[in-house]
Design a protein around this ligand. Structure first.
Ligand SMILES: N[C@@H](CCC(=O)N[C@@H](CSS)C(=O)NCC(=O)O)C(=O)O
Length: 264
């Protein structure tokens, strides 16, 4: 049984379809009524509901040993359904690639927000299994990838794109990927913050070339300046949270919302 809440937002479309002259009449008998499939509407239901007629397919996937989130985004308005995976983990590559296959998507980029200390990235494995997919990481990370990106670059998948924002501090090469800000892009915007911002916390800065000063500056200049309804998706969560917003973190993130205290 599909939970009602998943389809609640489709009620106006379903009601309109039922009013249409071509809608099948209700059967007079007690025989089970055959519900015709609604492929277009079903595809819309995969999305976050962040945008009424969004072409974005979005999934948040979890790897429990390292408490890591992997994000799948695809432009399902494009006939090829081009997709990107952000922060894939080696242990869950098969799960993710099976999902991509089931949904009929074409993975074009496997991207990382940074070089991960806590798990092995799945990008290498993905490239052996799907040779067409290209790996992406920031140039500043010093890691090898098919595409090295820098602050301000745009990564297109179909008509949708992610903008690269440099957010160093947890590591020197950390970036945040942010959905575009034009009317044809998802609204509200979505930012994949890696370990720069974790819900009500932030990435540790005591190793991997970390700097708390730089991290504070990154979050304030590149994340807190986004519209306050921007949805923030971190690379990890250790408390069961899934998503937050700029407005919430500005108000409640005890590590990042206070004024900067100069070091003695
Ligand atoms: N606090 C975590 C411990 C795991 C950890 O250190 N995670 C890193 C990200 S992976 S390098 C981190 O930056 N955590 C933020 C923090 O505040 O610890 C746990 O609760 O298991």
């Amino acid at each position: 049984m599909v939970p009602f809440r998943l389809y609640r937002h489709l009620i106006p479309q379903l009601a309109a379809a039922a009013r249409s002259p071509s809608a099948p009449k209700a059967a007079a008998s007690c025989a089970p009524r055959r519900i015709p499939p609604l492929p277009a509407l079903a595809m819309a239901a995969y999305g976050t509901g962040v945008c009424a007629d969004s072409k974005l397919l979005f999934r948040q996937l979890f790897e429990k040993e390292s408490s890591t989130y992997t994000y799948l985004l695809a432009d399902v308005g494009d006939p090829e359904k081009p997709a990107v995976l952000i922060d894939p983990v080696d242990r869950t590559v098969d799960r993710d690639l099976n999902l991509i296959k089931e949904l009929g998507l074409k993975l074009i980029y496997a991207m990382n927000t940074h070089v991960h200390a806590d798990h092995v990235t799945g990008t290498g494995l993905i490239k052996t299994k799907l040779p067409g997919a290209k790996s992406v990481i920031s140039k500043a990370s010093g890691a090898k990838a098919d595409q090295s990106v820098e602050h301000g670059d745009k990564i297109y998948f179909g008509k949708l794109f992610l903008e690269v924002r440099a957010t160093p501090g947890h590591t020197a090469g950390c970036v945040t990927y942010v959905t575009g800000d034009s009317p044809d892009q998802p609204s509200p915007r979505m930012a994949f913050t890696g370990d720069a911002l974790i819900i009500r916390a932030c990435g540790r800065t005591d190793f991997q070339g970390g700097s708390s000063d730089q991290l504070y500056q990154s979050v304030h200049s590149q994340i807190f300046t986004l519209p306050k309804d921007t949805l923030l998706y971190p690379a990890h969560d250790y408390k069961g949270f899934t998503v937050t917003t700029v407005e919430e973190e500005v108000a409640y993130n005890a590590r990042l919302s206070k004024d900067k205290v100069p070091a003695n």
